[in-house]
Design a protein around this ligand. Structure first.
Ligand SMILES: [Zn+2]
Length: 182
């Protein structure tokens, strides 16, 4: 089992190994919010096994770090559908696949930010090439947006009931539901 680490603001940050969580608590950098199961003993002290810890000081997490866009989440955000021709993964032909397209191409100063990337089939991606949407006459079905919950999706499936409570507290039940159904 891993421990859910919250920022001082209660924003869920990441999952850490229990040993690392205990180290943070012993060093006074975090407090135990919830514990589950057995007591963990070290040479000098016995502590409840932390399920949720909260950092004592607010840690600024760079957006770039926590919003990193992986294709797994990008395709999930776009419902595994090409945002230009609208076909889903299942409707692609034999040699086609889903790819990451950049609205403003990287070669023209575009970035990998959520608002600049979208799911495109390989055919549409090739057709668009290094053109801007206006130049190619290709406009996405939906304007790409930044899903604020995505960075947590990997973790949620491994959360215990107690830990889940804190995701719901911070993001609301709707986000939790979306995460669990991904
Ligand atoms: Zn397409």
């Amino acid at each position: 089992m891993r421990c859910l680490a919250l920022n001082a603001s209660f924003e869920p940050l990441t999952m850490v190994p229990v040993r690392r969580a205990l180290r943070l608590v012993i060093d006074g950098k975090a407090e135990i919010v919830e514990s589950e199961g057995a007591v963990v003993r070290s040479e000098r002290l016995a502590l409840p096994r932390p399920a949720v810890i909260r950092l004592v000081k607010f840690v600024h997490v760079p957006r770039r770090f926590r919003r990193q866009v992986t294709n797994t989440f990008l395709f999930a955000r776009d419902n595994y559908r090409c945002q230009f021709c609208g076909r889903t993964q299942h409707e692609l032909r034999h040699r086609e696949c889903l790819t990451r397209d950049h609205l403003v191409p990287l070669s023209r100063g575009g970035t990998n930010a959520w608002t600049n990337v979208l799911t495109a089939c390989s055919t549409c991606n090739t057709r668009k090439g290094n053109l801007l949407p206006e130049e190619a006459g290709m406009h996405p079905v939906r304007v790409p947006h930044e899903p604020h919950f995505v960075h947590l999706a990997w973790a949620v499936r491994k959360l215990t009931r107690t830990q889940t409570k804190y995701i719901r507290l911070f993001y609301g039940a709707n986000v939790l539901h979306t995460l669990e159904s991904l």
